[in-house]
Design a protein. Structure first.
Ligand SMILES: Cc1ncc(COP(=O)(O)O)c(C=O)c1O
Length: 414
């Protein structure tokens, strides 16, 4: 029997007659890709856990891809879950774990989404994948399109730093720089271009990009069927929260997990629409004007496609949302690098900063099991690390100069 896959509206519950329209014809809500999994048995969980394939594709049955032959994979998934004792001691959480997604193929969590999304794109016969982004999504879409044998087009606003798009260019993407503002003229042109040229649209409205459900499956596997108390996710568009929650609900329904963790959205206080909605007790967010923040990758003020569903996930899981200042985020980044040996980009380190803040506020108990998703590599944005020019002034090649230098280097832990 083939896999049952359909696009369904989460509001009207109607099935879409089209495989390539991403919004409901009746109410315009973003559709959900629904895969029937209720036939799966506990033995299937054992089989999946024991698979030699360590990528997210161990969980093939849960993804909206009809045939294994369509899979586009760069080996994403099964990222390390590390019990980080030194970092845990520093912030007062004995059972602190880092889910290290900095090691994913293009250096960010986007690879989970795009592996699944691009596999469906290939299955549907698209020749060109596209995205509007200035960061991690652009690089990831470009890499997976390259692996799929598809072209890719990345649209960015004028003024975007070359370092942000060079990785996408390296994978062969056509980078289109537009003289306009990201959320306005560039977004408008992008929308028109997708309908004019028939590109495969890899933005967050694409319902097939559900690869982040694999966080839930991997955590169930790595905790050996037990459950963390909290999973903290750096949050922008909300895909991570929505997909993770979906994944946990699937495992609960199958009886493969006894309980789900509380989910937490970690946002920069410069772009925190979900934190504001949670504080108001509202089930809908209000878009905010973003300010500059060091957490560039999650600087989203209007998560229009999935923001409200992300709020549902926070509420249903009895979780919360936390806003972090740039100082807290940089301190989290530094602690993670110096005490756990992982260099995460600032946006990713919001999860660790949130764990620290939540512990200080008494929301997290000392013995709670806490997972922080580290969603992007520090080398994505190395200029964010504060340092004084004088630290790198060359010394004379003598032992005396070296001794002098070492005398001046103190313990620089924050
Ligand atoms: C490094 C990093 N972390 C987290 C996110 C959060 O994305 P989402 O809320 O869609 O899961 C993004 C993407 O926007 C990102 O680039």
């Amino acid at each position: 029997m083939g896999k049952l896959i359909e696009l369904r509206c989460p509001k009207c519950a109607c099935a879409s007659p089209s495989k390539t329209e991403f919004r409901c014809r009746a109410c315009n809500a973003v559709l959900e890709a629904v895969v029937a999994v209720d036939h799966l048995q506990p033995d299937d969980f054992t089989r999946m856990r024991q698979s030699r394939d360590q990528s997210i594709w161990r969980w093939f049955e849960f993804f909206p891809v009809a045939s294994p032959s369509s899979i586009v994979s760069l080996g994403e998934g099964s990222t390390p879950l590390l019990h980080v004792q030194r970092l845990g001691e520093a912030i007062g959480v004995a059972n602190l774990y880092l889910k290290n997604d900095t090691v994913l193929p293009t250096g960010s969590l986007k690879d989970r989404s795009n592996s699944v999304g691009m596999s469906v794109g290939k299955e549907l016969g698209y020749a060109t994948a596209s995205v509007i982004s200035t960061g991690n999504a652009a690089a990831s879409v470009a890499a997976y399109a390259a692996a799929a044998g598809m072209n890719s087009v990345v649209m960015v606003p004028k003024g975007t730093a070359a370092s942000k798009i060079i990785q996408a260019h390296a994978y062969g993407a056509t980078v289109i720089v537009v003289d306009g503002r990201f959320d306005y003229e560039v977004a408008e042109l992008y929308k028109n271009a997708v309908s004019e040229f028939g590109w495969y649209d890899c933005v967050s409205t694409n319902p097939y990009r559900v690869g982040k459900k694999s966080y839930a499956y991997e955590l169930a596997d790595q905790f050996d069927g037990a459950t963390a108390d909290w999973v903290i996710h750096p949050t922008a568009g909300g895909t991570g929260l929505v997909c993770m929650w979906q994944g946990f609900k699937e495992f609960l329904a199958l009886g493969w997990l006894a309980r789900a963790p509380k989910l937490v959205a970690a946002q920069s206080e410069a772009a925190a629409p979900l934190v504001a909605a949670m504080a108001r007790g509202s089930s809908t967010f209000t878009p905010v004007d973003v300010r500059d923040t060091v957490a560039e990758s999650i600087q989203v003020g209007n998560p229009s496609s999935l923001g409200n569903r992300a709020l549902d996930a926070l509420r249903e899981s009895h979780g919360t949302a936390v806003a972090l200042s740039d100082d807290e985020i940089l301190a989290g980044q530094s602690l993670t690098a110096r005490l756990a040996g992982i260099f995460a980009e600032p946006a990713a380190a919001t999860s660790v900063a949130a764990a620290k803040q939540m512990r200080q506020r008494g929301l997290i108990g000392r013995d709670d099991v806490v997972v922080c998703n580290l969603t992007g590599h520090g080398l994505k944005q190395p200029e964010a690390v504060p340092f004084a020019e004088k630290e790198f002034i060359p010394i004379a090649p003598t032992l005396a100069a070296l001794q002098e230098k070492l005398r001046n280097v103190g313990d620089s832990l924050p």
